[in-house]
Design a protein around this ligand. Structure first.
Ligand code: ZN
Length: 238
């Protein structure tokens, strides 16, 4: 993790801070770098969440209040902006998390259209949507059993679907549903949504007991709630 170190001979204690999505460490002169790096390591989960929260709220607020699809706009994947690269060939979507890009392959016949035409935009969007569904389905297939083991709460079944105004839901039959756009969110926020829905298997309301149960299995739940509140715009993708 990158950080900025500010030394001072007047300081007596170490302070960790996240400002503009950057870690800042203020430390007395006598503290060794190994000690500081160890501390950062220990606090890495907390720091990563703070960074994600600041990064995303900055990006959302500075770009626009709505999450609109456009070939020129970055698309969010796992909470990070990715650029869309259009390629021609056998239909598929390739995610490159190092390069932060999403290569969308569309059929050769689309070459007859202008690159920024409506036809191409619609095709690309629908392929990304399919990819979102498949990717979040895969993530949930992996995470749900882990959280079920932790919470001792087991869903009858789960599905991924398009929702206009919610991230997830829990039916009285014990079936969980999740918004396919969860693929846009940082994984730690998705994990909170999973825990939230699992806890509804025990409490079908948002009572104090419900939130206590959520907190027990997801201690940082308030940060995730805050993140979701700030980024409501991600609930739909137009
Ligand atoms: Zn709820």
């Amino acid at each position: 993790m990158d950080y900025q170190l500010i030394r001072s001979n007047r300081r007596k204690t170490i302070a960790l801070q996240v400002k503009n999505a950057q870690v800042i460490v203020r430390a007395p002169d006598f503290v060794k770098v190994e000690y500081i790096e160890n501390l950062i390591q220990l606090k890495s989960i907390w720091l990563a969440k703070k960074i994600a929260l600041q990064q995303l709220s900055n990006n959302t607020l500075s770009s626009c209040s709505k999450n609109n699809f456009s070939l020129d706009n970055p698309v969010y994947i796992d909470g990070l902006p990715h650029r869309i690269i259009i390629c021609f060939g056998r239909q598929k979507v390739q995610h490159d998390f190092v390069e932060k890009s999403l290569r969308v392959f569309i059929a050769l016949r689309y070459q007859q259209y202008e690159i920024n035409s409506v036809a191409i935009a619609q095709k690309v969007k629908s392929l990304i949507e399919q990819w979102f569904k498949a990717s979040i389905d895969e993530y949930l297939s992996h995470q749900l059993p882990l959280f079920s083991e932790k919470t001792l709460l087991h869903a009858e079944a789960f599905k991924v679907r398009k929702y206009k105004a919610r991230w997830g839901s829990c039916s009285s039959r014990g079936e969980l549903s999740f918004n396919y756009l969860l693929k846009m969110l940082p994984p730690w926020v998705v994990d909170y949504v999973i825990v939230h829905e699992l806890c509804h298997l025990k409490y079908m309301n948002h009572s104090t007991k419900f939130w206590q149960l959520v907190e027990r299995h997801c201690p940082e739940f308030y940060l995730a709630k805050q993140w979701l509140k700030k980024n409501q715009a991600y609930l739909s993708w137009n």
